[in-house]
Ligand binder design. Structure first.
Ligand SMILES: O=P(O)(O)OC[C@H]1O[C@H](OP(=O)(O)OP(=O)(O)O)[C@H](O)[C@@H]1O
Ligand SMILES: O=c1cc[nH]c(=O)[nH]1
Ligand SMILES: [Mg+2]
Length: 212
């Protein structure tokens, strides 16, 4: 598994505002989207392209276009939805599938309550979006789901991660093609398995507590 942890002052600056309890919900949403666009640049470094011949007003030349099947973006509801626009801005022709997952706050086990994905993901490059990689249970289950559907390459993009979460994804990936892109690697987990220092509950900060 390849792991990339962002190291850019603009990302750290935006993360600092995001983490701050005083940051309002509209600003939080905007920052998640902006951070996603910055992380997407790194996450799509290996996106598959093929040669594409065009004519400029001056001369014929060969550039590239995205290969078919087009990449599939999979936000994990709810919190991953906040990252979708930032990703789609960078890859507007990509397709989008959805996975709804919730972590049981007692057992910490994820359950999948919604799924809207192509029946077969054979030959697909998938980009999974979830801001929080805590114990790693949710993302590991999502990655397994995509490989079971035939995906051959999964890139996960998280705003914050923990060493425990990275280890869990490493285990889940085995020898399959997985890339993990993180905005920051935090210290670890507290007794409630929240990321420390983290930013609290990402879904609640994006959308409120109506889902609880
Ligand atoms: O790594 P884990 O320990 O599995 O925890 C991380 C998961 O928890 C959060 O979702 P949550 O279950 O709160 O759902 P929500 O997005 O609807 O708030 C987060 O967005 C991840 O999906
Ligand atoms: O810190 C955490 C852990 C899980 N889910 C969140 O939204 N935040
Ligand atoms: Mg939540």
């Amino acid at each position: 598994m390849r792991v990339f942890v962002a190291d850019h002052p603009l990302i750290t600056h935006k993360l600092t505002v995001l983490r701050d309890t005083k940051t309002s919900q509209p600003t939080f949403r905007l920052l998640i989207e902006e951070l996603m666009t910055l992380l997407a640049y790194e996450a799509t470094r290996e996106v598959r392209v093929e040669p594409h011949a065009i004519e400029t007003p001056v001369a014929p030349t060969t550039g590239v276009k995205l290969s078919e099947p087009l990449p599939l973006i999979v936000p994990i509801l709810r919190a991953g939805l906040g990252m979708l626009e930032g990703m789609v801005k960078l890859v507007p022709t990509a397709e989008v599938g959805f996975l709804g997952m919730a972590r049981d706050e007692e057992t910490l086990q994820p359950t999948t309550y919604a799924e809207r994905l192509p029946e077969s993901l054979a030959g697909r490059q998938c980009f999974v979006l979830d801001p929080m990689l805590a114990t790693g249970g949710s993302l590991a289950a999502a990655i397994k789901f995509l490989f079971d559907r035939g995906a051959d390459d999964v890139t996960a993009i998280c705003v914050l991660g923990t060493p425990e979460g990275v280890e869990a994804i490493e285990q889940a990936a085995g020898d399959r093609e997985v890339t993990l892109v993180l905005g920051a690697l935090d210290d670890g987990l507290n007794e409630q398995a929240y990321i420390v220092p983290g930013l609290g509950d990402a879904g609640d900060r994006l959308y409120g507590t109506a889902g609880d």
